[in-house]
Design a protein around this ligand. Structure first.
Ligand SMILES: Cc1cc2nc3c(=O)[nH]c(=O)nc-3n(C[C@H](O)[C@H](O)[C@H](O)COP(=O)(O)O)c2cc1C
Length: 185
């Protein structure tokens, strides 16, 4: 794997996207897409400054940059992760309504049968959300709910975030020490 596209959308848990980018930057070329609402939610969650700092280290696009190189399937990225992924963005992917850069890249990723991971965040879920997840899953996407576990005894919010980011890295085949793997015997 060489080129990974990460999108951060306006669901709660912007920190899931920030930590994922920090981890992937250690190993790969990372391209970041931010929706307008991601920046808004980042302010509410107190991580706006951190998100801005990240922009200094990674090539960053806005959702409106639909004419950018990454909007084309010829960009040939290896994987895409949307973290966190709002129900609106999920719906756009499920219905093929590619009206922004996040949706366009997701569409291309499915088209090319490359890994597309959606770290969805919403609770409770309505039937439309569940059906949209089913559609994306049938199309080849991976639904990874942002639902941290407790059996590894997290001591901080960062431990809980690391668990979810670690699960994403597991799927991408990236070695990490973000959470302790389950071992009994
Ligand atoms: C503080 C805040 C938290 C939100 N959390 C969620 C959430 O967890 N999940 C979700 O689907 N939408 C959430 N929303 C609503 C989305 O931001 C909204 O649907 C938006 O249109 C998503 O756009 P985007 O997917 O283009 O970023 C939240 C909005 C705000 C202001």
């Amino acid at each position: 794997m060489e080129k990974v596209i990460i999108a951060i959308t306006g669901a709660s848990g912007i920190v899931y996207g920030i930590k994922l980018v920090e981890e992937l930057l250690k190993r790969f070329k990372v391209y970041l897409v931010l929706t307008d609402k991601a920046e808004m939610v980042a302010k509410y969650e107190g991580v706006y400054e951190k998100l801005n700092e990240l922009k200094n280290n990674v090539k960053t696009y806005k959702e409106h940059d639909i004419d950018s190189s990454i909007a084309s399937s010829s960009f040939n990225h290896d994987a895409m992760v949307i973290s966190p992924c709002s129900m609106k963005t999920l719906a756009g992917i499920a219905s093929g309504y590619s009206e922004n850069l996040v949706l366009r890249v997701a569409e291309n990723t499915l088209k090319l049968k490359k890994p597309l991971i959606l770290v969805i965040r919403e609770t409770p879920l309505n039937t439309i959300h569940i059906l949209n997840m089913l559609k994306v899953s049938i199309a080849g996407g991976i639904i990874l709910p942002a639902s941290p576990a407790f059996y590894h005894k997290p001591k901080s919010v960062d431990d809980m975030v690391s668990f979810i980011v670690g699960k994403v890295l597991d799927i991408l085949g990236v070695q990490h020490n973000l959470y302790k793997k389950w071992e009994t015997y």
